[in-house]
Write a protein of this length. Structure first.
Length: 308
DNA sequence: TTTGATGT
C-alpha cells in the first residue's frame, strides 16, 4: 500500500514545477493584504515581501520580546513556507486562503505543555472564526455544520495546556480542517497525536508540523486527477490526506525525524501508526513545502527509526 | 483520555 502511495507522490513533482512559476509571479504582484496576528494584535507587513521578517527579526511589536522569542523557539528549524503566516501564543500556522484550511501548523512541545493542568478546561473552548482572515477566505462554523465532517485540530488542543488562552487559540478555525470523525479524527489520527505527545518522554523538545494534502488519484478514464470535496457556503476543502513531520531534539542536541501520511478516512483500529510512516521528501513534494530546512544534516541521526 | 457532533 505504501509503495503505491509513494508512486503517486513522485508523479506530483512534475505538476509542482509548473506551479512554481505561477507562484513566483503571484509573489511579485502580491498586494498589501499580508498581516500577522501576534498575541491577538494584528500587524501589517511590508507589501510584496515575504512575511518572514515580520515574525523573526524586525518585529514592530513590543511586549518585552516574549512573543517574538516564542515564535523563534517554535520555528527554530525553519519555516516550511511563508504564505499568510499567523502567530498565536503557542503555535504558528500558514493559512491557505484558496482552500480555507491551513497549509501547515507548527508546534513546539515539551513535557510541560502536555502536563495535567487544572487551570485549563477544554470544554470551555469554542470554535471561533479568525477575523484576521479576510471574509472572502474565512471559514465559518456553518461551513462544517451538517457536513458530516469534524472540525479537526491541526495543532492539537492537548498539546497546549500551559494556559487556558493557549488551548482556546487552538480552536480558531484557521487551525481546523474537515476530518472524517469516526475512525479517523477521533481514533487513528488521535492515536498519532498521542504518539507525538509521548515523544516528549524521550526528547527534551519535540517540533511538530501538521497539515493537509491533496493527492492525485487515477480515475476511471485512466488519467490522474486531484479530486476533493468542498463543504459549506465558503467551499472549505476536505483534504484527501493529512501529514505530520516531527523532530525530536535530545538533551545532547541530536535530532531524530518521523514523517507520517494518513488518508482522511475511517482507518481500522488495529492499524499501528508506524504503518503510515513515509519518507519526509514525499510529503515535501506533495505539499510544496520544505520542512526543517535549517537542520544540519550532521545533527540528524534517524529518520523514521532508521540511521541516516 | 482526547477527539468531536448534536439535541434539549
Amino acid at each position: 500500500m505504501i509503495p503505491k502511495r509513494v508512486l503517486h507522490l513522485a508523479q506530483l513533482s512534475v505538476v509542482g514545477l509548473a506551479g512554481y512559476y505561477i507562484g513566483l509571479k503571484d509573489k511579485i504582484f502580491e498586494n498589501n493584504e499580508n498581516t500577522v496576528l501576534l498575541n491577538g494584535k494584528t500587524l501589517k507587513s511590508m507589501p510584496a515581501l515575504p512575511i518572514f521578517g515580520t515574525v523573526s527579526a524586525a518585529v514592530p511589536y513590543t511586549d518585552g520580546g516574549h512573543v517574538k522569542d516564542r515564535v523563534s523557539q517554535i520555528m527554530k528549524y525553519g519555516f516550511p513556507g511563508l504564505d499568510n503566516v499567523r502567530s498565536y501564543d503557542d503555535f504558528v500556522l500558514s493559512y491557505d486562503r484558496r482552500n480555507r484550511v491551513p497549509n501547515w501548523v507548527f508546534e513546539h512541545i515539551t513535557k510541560e505543555h502536555i502536563m495535567k493542568n487544572d487551570a485549563v478546561d477544554r470544554s470551555k473552548c469554542d470554535f471561533t472564526p479568525d477575523e484576521s482572515i479576510h471574509p472572502f477566505f474565512r471559514s465559518q462554523n456553518s461551513d462544517y455544520k451538517g457536513s458530516g465532517f469534524d472540525r479537526g485540530h491541526m495543532a492539537a488542543a492537548g498539546n497546549h495546556r500551559l494556559a487556558q488562552k493557549h488551548v482556546e487559540q487552538t480552536f480558531f478555525l484557521t487551525n481546523m480542517a474537515p476530518q472524517v470523525g469516526e475512525g479517523f479524527n477521533r481514533h487513528a489520527w488521535n492515536r498519532l497525536e498521542k504518539h507525538v505527545r509521548k515523544l516528549t518522554k524521550v526528547y527534551d523538545n519535540v517540533y511538530c508540523c501538521t497539515g493537509p494534502l491533496y493527492l492525485p488519484r487515477k480515475e476511471s478514464d485512466g488519467k490522474m486527477y486531484i479530486k476533493y470535496q468542498v463543504i459549506g457556503a465558503n467551499t472549505v476543502a476536505v483534504p484527501t490526506h493529512f501529514y505530520k513531520v516531527v523532530v525530536g531534539e535530545a538533551s545532547d542536541g541530536s535530532l531524530d525525524m518521523e514523517a507520517y501520511v494518513m488518508p482522511n478516512q475511517k482507518i481500522p483500529d488495529e492499524t499501528p501508526v508506524s504503518s503510515y510512516m513515509v519518507p519526509p521528501e514525499t510529503i515535501e513534494k506533495a505539499a510544496g513545502l520544505l520542512f526543517f530546512d535549517k537542520i544540519h544534516r550532521s545533527k540528524l541521526n534517524r529518520i523514521n527509526g532508521k540511521k541516516v
